[in-house]
Write a protein that binds this ligand. Structure first.
Ligand code: SME
Length: 184
């Protein structure tokens, strides 16, 4: 189990990453990296971001920054998987045993439990933070609080740096550049 001190240090590290990051991509990469490296049971940490459907196509979740093995699920429909359920309901979903949840889309044979927390910007779900563990029931109360804290931090960052759709294609920009481009 992770100590509260470790969690406090992690939160401080994330807050300083939020101050230092020059782009949304850079900040999300830092969040995924720090959660993965500091929390021993967090074996895959990544973001899925909502891509708005055009020409009558439905919205999709698209894989964003992540740390861990490549997943076969780089695009997930909102009516599929734990990820789709969390994004469409706007609620945190914790699955203690992925084998017992028929919604589960397998990413790695080693995954035993999963948490998905929606990310809100300006009151709308814009993406989610997804974490897989090789341990059953890895996500307990303090983990849920931590992951929700991280998702809220990313949501605030996205609001501040422009809540327009995340494409993953942006390079590193200054805060001022992002802020002005988001106003166009
Ligand atoms: N398990 C997820 C799919 C994403 S991978 O875990 C990275 C789901 O059921 O939606």
């Amino acid at each position: 189990m992770s100590s509260l001190r470790n969690i406090d240090e992690l939160k401080k590290g994330l807050e300083s990453a939020a101050r230092a990051a020059g782009s949304r991509k850079q900040f999300m990469e830092a969040v995924a990296r720090q959660l993965h490296d500091r929390m021993l049971k967090y074996n895959w940490v990544g973001f899925y971001m909502i891509e708005k459907g055009s020409n009558g196509q439905p919205d999709m979740l698209v894989l964003g920054p992540f740390v861990g093995s490549m997943t076969p699920h780089s695009r997930i429909a909102l009516n599929q998987g734990i990820c789709g359920a969390a994004a469409s309901s706007g609620k945190t979903i914790v699955v203690h045993d992925v084998k017992s949840d028929p919604r589960y889309l397998a990413c790695s044979a080693e995954t035993k439990s999963e948490i998905v927390v929606p990310i809100f910007a300006k009151g709308t779900v814009v993406g989610e933070l997804d974490i897989d563990s090789h341990f059953r029931a890895a996500f307990q109360h303090e983990d849920i609080a931590l992951v929700e804290y991280c998702a809220a931090l990313v949501g605030r960052f996205l609001e501040k740096f422009g809540a327009r759709e995340y494409t993953g294609k942006e390079g590193t920009k200054t805060a001022a550049a992002i802020s002005s481009s988001s106003k166009r």
